[in-house]
Design a protein around this ligand. Structure first.
Ligand code: BGC
Length: 552
């Protein structure tokens, strides 16, 4: 008979217990071999597996894995069954690669379109974000792999993310920033929750008792363990008392020693440490047990799934008739993203893979398409020859499809955008092409809304967000009418940055982010103020036509 968790806790020394409350390295918990306690492995992330190659010493040296649509795109499906399927696939990949906890989903609310991590997050709407997260968690965990819903809580900007104090009133917290976590905890029971770096109303999330204990466990009944975001621990002793069980990735023993000293000096009740170890071991033993099951996944099938989900996430924002494209038409693809699509964001969610481009997919389907680069993928730089080549080709074609988007450097973990515009070289080219070609289509590759000053001058706009490695196949199917666009906007696309609810307060003064707009986040703001927007929350067209029935 294996010992119970209670028996193990009783058999552990104080040093071993403190050690179990922090990671052994970047991605593993600690083992205690003499008692048969195994280590478990955690890895990113929310739309693809980013797990360190065995034997490598570089935490960023990841194995190749499938990149599914990022949160921004998956949310446009409005479909928890879709995030569930994606979660199940990720669970299979995680288990086949020896990972026991996947670090996702990421459910922070899109307070400002400028937040550099919006591409990982689902929505400005807590109900939608919560339902999608529950689907995702249920999917991953159905495969015997745990999740870590993140970043708890009110982590809605990247500027000074390690220390900024999010000042949020109680009603706004309860109605906007907490419910996605609450729904997911209650409906899907994630094995773990990841607390965020920032402070919330003065206290670091990693030592915030109202958040980690009173609300999460007391009010919602969370029964897993809380881990810190990577390096988010401020005061370890305060943290464990507040409800932070596991520090990741660890502090080379410094904080373990602080816990031991605190118990010895009487500053920390050993029962608090025992409780934390119990919660961690409950999950570690479950994870290790489930990891025994045979594991395998089919890479090609997961790629097909990624492409299918991407097609279900595309949002047709405008269509005066240029779409769908038809065989026999003279079609020109313009813009480097036709060849090198932007399909994921930078930072901890970055997956090591290669994507199929729209040009690759066109070739596969034998489509007659001309290609002109027009502008580069990675910077805002106008090349006069390319610019003119694109305009001339557009004029001579029946339809011009411009593949636009944000370069990687515009939008990534660790920094917020400074404005909401596409690179000028792209905006200028779109405007010029639209002036000579009435059938101009713009395909957008962005993780968040951008200003679209040319929106009324083009025939069609298809938003792919960051759609994962199947982006090209999905675009091909949607552009050529093999699939009907069925995505809907999971967030408002404002006309201008100045219209956004927290324009005056984002990202704050470097110390505090004041959530002065209160509950008026996203559509709640635009509706209450009766403001015009570019495209509202929930907007999305299809190719279907409706005939009004006349009464007989
Ligand atoms: C990110 C987390 C991520 C962790 C591990 C942190 O910087 O905020 O989302 O899971 O790193 O890579």
């Amino acid at each position: 008979m294996n010992p119970t968790v209670q028996e193990l806790v009783a058999a552990l020394t104080l040093e071993e217990k403190a050690g179990l409350c922090s990671g052994a390295d970047f991605w593993h918990t600690k083992a205690v071999e003499r008692l048969g306690i195994p280590a478990i492995k955690v890895s990113d992330g929310p739309h693809g597996l980013r797990t360190q190659r065995e034997g490598s010493t570089d935490p960023n040296d990841s194995i190749e894995a499938v990149c599914f649509p990022a949160g921004c795109a998956a949310a446009a499906s409005f479909d928890p069954a879709l995030t569930r399927r994606m979660g199940a696939a990720l669970g299979r990949e995680a288990r086949a690669n020896g990972v026991q906890i996947l670090l996702g989903p990421a459910v922070n609310i899109k307070r400002s379109p400028l937040c550099g991590r919006n591409f990982e997050y689902y929505s400005e709407d807590p109900y939608l974000a919560g339902e999608l997260a529950a689907g995702f968690i249920n999917g991953v965990q159905s495969e015997g792999v745990g999740t870590s819903i993140k970043h708890f809580a009110a982590n809605d900007q990247e500027t000074r993310r390690l220390s900024v104090n999010s000042r949020v009133d109680e009603r706004t917290l309860q109605e906007i920033y907490l419910p996605a976590f609450e729904t997911a905890v209650k409906k899907a029971r994630p094995w773990t929750v990841m607390c965020s770096y920032n402070r919330l109303n003065g206290a670091y999330a990693s030592e915030n008792k109202p958040l980690l204990t009173d609300i999460l466990r007391g009010a919602w009944g969370f029964d897993g363990f809380v881990m810190s975001d990577w390096g988010a621990v401020n005061d370890r002793v305060k943290g464990i008392a507040a409800g932070l069980e596991l520090e990741m990735p660890g502090s080379q023993g410094v904080n373990d020693r602080r816990l031991i000293d605190a118990v010895r000096s009487g500053a920390l009740d050993e029962a608090v440490l025992d409780r934390a170890v119990t919660r961690i071991l409950n999950i570690v033993l479950l994870a290790a047990d489930l990891a025994q099951r045979p594991a395998a996944f089919d890479r090609a099938a997961h790629h097909r799934l990624a492409a299918e989900l991407a097609a279900q996430s595309g949002v047709l924002l405008r269509n005066l008739g240029a779409l769908p494209l038809h065989r026999g038409q003279k079609v020109v693809y313009i813009g480097a993203y036709a060849d090198q699509p932007r399909y994921q964001g930078g930072g901890s969610s970055h997956v090591n893979t290669t994507a199929v481009s729209a040009l690759d997919a066109a070739l596969l389907h034998d489509r007659m398409v001309q290609y002109v680069e027009g502008f580069p993928a990675d910077r805002d730089q106008r090349d006069e020859t390319e610019f003119l080549r694109a305009v001339t080709a557009a004029e001579a074609a029946d339809v011009a499809v411009i593949f636009a988007g944000l370069p990687d450097s515009f939008e990534s973990e660790g920094g917020d955008r400074r404005h909401m515009r596409l690179p000028d070289c792209q905006n200028n080219l779109i405007a010029r092409v639209a002036a000579v070609q009435k059938n101009t289509v713009v395909v957008l590759h962005t993780g968040a809304p951008v200003e679209c000053p040319w929106a009324d001058d083009v025939s069609s706009v298809l938003c792919m967000y960051l759609a994962g490695e199947g982006v090209g196949e999905a675009e091909d199917a949607l552009l050529w009418g093999d699939a009907d666009p069925c995505g809907r906007l999971p967030e408002t696309w404002p006309l201008r940055l100045e219209d956004t609810p927290c324009y005056l307060d984002f990202p704050g003064d470097g110390v505090t982010a004041d959530y002065r707009e209160g509950v008026y986040v996203g559509y709640r703001w635009y509706d209450a103020r009766r403001m015009p927007v570019r495209w509202p929350f929930g907007h999305g067209l299809s190719y279907t036509g409706y005939v009004t029935a006349t009464p007989c």
